[in-house]
Every structure is written in structure tokens, then in C-alpha cells.
Design a protein around this ligand. Structure first.
Ligand SMILES: Cc1cc2nc3c(=O)[nH]c(=O)nc-3n(C[C@H](O)[C@H](O)[C@H](O)COP(=O)(O)O)c2cc1C
Length: 217
């Protein structure tokens, strides 16, 4: 498929079918993600693929941690955000809410519990970084995530990046036997969308470049 078409079509999916993803496809997607550029070609990312019963076990652990610690999805800002950004957050909430109302679901509960459950996707990919690297290398892992979500779309699979799990990093590490010297940077739910689910009709809006580009020439 044409790359621009993939970029245009890709959106985060928040209801997946339980149908398993062939291992070969997951391998091809991760191989594509690993083609991402990285500083000095360090390729600092490490992927942990969690599928089947292990994926469900991880989610049970995450849901337990969420109920105990009650940390929700949030922008994670360290200073108050400019109004432009907060209004985009409100737009996301307002845009998705009618679909969740149709499903009789509460927004916060759906997003937080859904994230812990990788929205029912059969595969979760956990992207890690050795903590010997500086935080600057998080950028490289982010680029790999970008490649991963686009490559998945190429293969007819869909994704949702899941950052919430980093709030429960210790639980993730223990459940998956990830060594203490690795940071859990981000994860992605990967699978086939349930197009019957109203929430998958939601499509996030994107700003036109003139709102965030400043040209100097
Ligand atoms: C770093 C990062 C973390 C994210 N974490 C979550 C998450 O924990 N739960 C969730 O439902 N979506 C999460 N998302 C998905 C975003 O909400 C989504 O990308 C955004 O609303 C734009 O929608 P789109 O992906 O459909 O373009 C995350 C996305 C990124 C890039």
C-alpha cells in the first residue's frame, strides 16, 4: 500500500477481535520497526512480544495495579499546558464520548481499563530501553513505534499505542521478567479491529500544518 495512504488511514483502534495474529506477521512488523533511524545507528530499542495467555495474564496484573493505585491516562505534563493543547485533550474526550455513550461505557473507565487490557488485542508489544542510555534515546524508541504502527497497517493489522502501562512499570517488569536496568518506554496493542464496535468509528482530528509550523527564510 502507498505510504501516504497508510499514514492517512492509520488511527488508534480501541476494540480488537481476539483472532490471533500469525507470528510471521508480527516478526515482519518488528523487522520493519527496526529499520527506523536512530542516533549513531545505536538501535537502542528492545521489544518484548506478549501474546496468548501471557498477554491476558499481564492484563490481569495491570488491572489489579490500576485498581490499587488508580493512576489514569494523562498527558504527563510537568507545567500547566497552553490552552491549544488542553483544548485538543478536551476534543479527544468529546469526540469519543458519543461512541462510548452508545456502548453505555464511562470514558475514564473505558480508557484506563481498556488500556490495561490492550483493548482486547491478542498481542502487546512492549518497547524497552536500557537505562544506561540517556533519556534522549526515548526519541529513537518513539520513532521505532511510529514505524511499527505504520508497518502493522501495511499488513492489515491495527494498533493502539499504550503509554499507561509505564505508570505500572514495576508490575510489567515483574510479570514479564524484564531486568531492572531496562526502562519500559511505551507499548502497542496489535491485532485485527472489531469494526462492529462503535468506538472504532471514532476518528481523531488533526491540525492543519499552518497551526504548528513556523517558516523562517
Ligand atoms: C506516547 C503515546 C501514548 C499513548 N498512550 C495511550 C494509552 O495509554 N491509552 C490509549 O487509549 N491511547 C494511547 N495513545 C493513543 C493516543 O491517544 C492517540 O494516538 C491520539 O489520541 C491520536 O489518535 P490517533 O492515534 O487515532 O491518530 C497513546 C499515544 C502515544 C503516541
Amino acid at each position: 500500500m502507498d505510504l501516504l495512504k497508510i499514514i492517512e488511514e492509520r488511527r488508534s483502534i480501541r476494540a480488537f477481535k481476539s483472532d490471533p495474529v500469525p507470528e510471521d506477521l508480527v516478526r515482519q512488523i518488528l523487522a520493519a520497526a527496526a529499520q527506523a533511524p536512530s542516533a549513531i545507528n545505536l538501535q537502542p530499542w528492545e521489544f518484548v512480544v506478549v501474546a496468548g495467555e501471557e498477554r491476558r495474564r499481564l492484563s490481569r496484573r495491570l488491572l489489579k495495579a490500576y485498581r490499587e493505585k488508580n493512576i489514569s491516562c494523562s498527558p504527563g505534563n510537568v507545567k500547566p499546558l497552553a490552552a491549544t493543547f488542553t483544548s485538543r485533550g478536551v476534543q479527544s474526550f468529546e469526540g469519543m464520548k458519543p461512541y462510548l455513550d452508545e456502548m453505555g461505557l464511562d470514558f475514564n473507565r473505558f480508557i484506563n481499563e481498556g488500556s490495561c487490557n490492550f483493548y482486547g488485542a491478542p498481542v502487546a508489544v512492549i518497547l524497552c530501553l536500557d537505562n544506561a542510555f540517556s533519556k534522549a534515546r526515548y526519541v529513537d524508541v518513539g520513532i521505532a513505534l511510529g514505524y511499527l504502527v505504520l508497518a502493522a497497517h501495511h499488513f492489515g493489522l491495527h494498533t493502539c499505542p499504550i503509554g499507561l502501562i509505564t505508570a505500572y512499570e514495576e508490575d510489567v517488569k515483574e510479570a514479564l521478567d524484564i531486568p531492572q536496568n531496562k526502562d519500559v518506554v511505551i507499548s502497542a496493542a496489535l491485532g485485527y479491529p472489531d469494526w462492529e464496535s462503535p468506538v472504532n468509528r471514532f476518528r481523531s482530528s488533526k491540525e492543519a500544518p499552518q497551526t504548528f509550523v513556523r517558516w523562517i527564510e
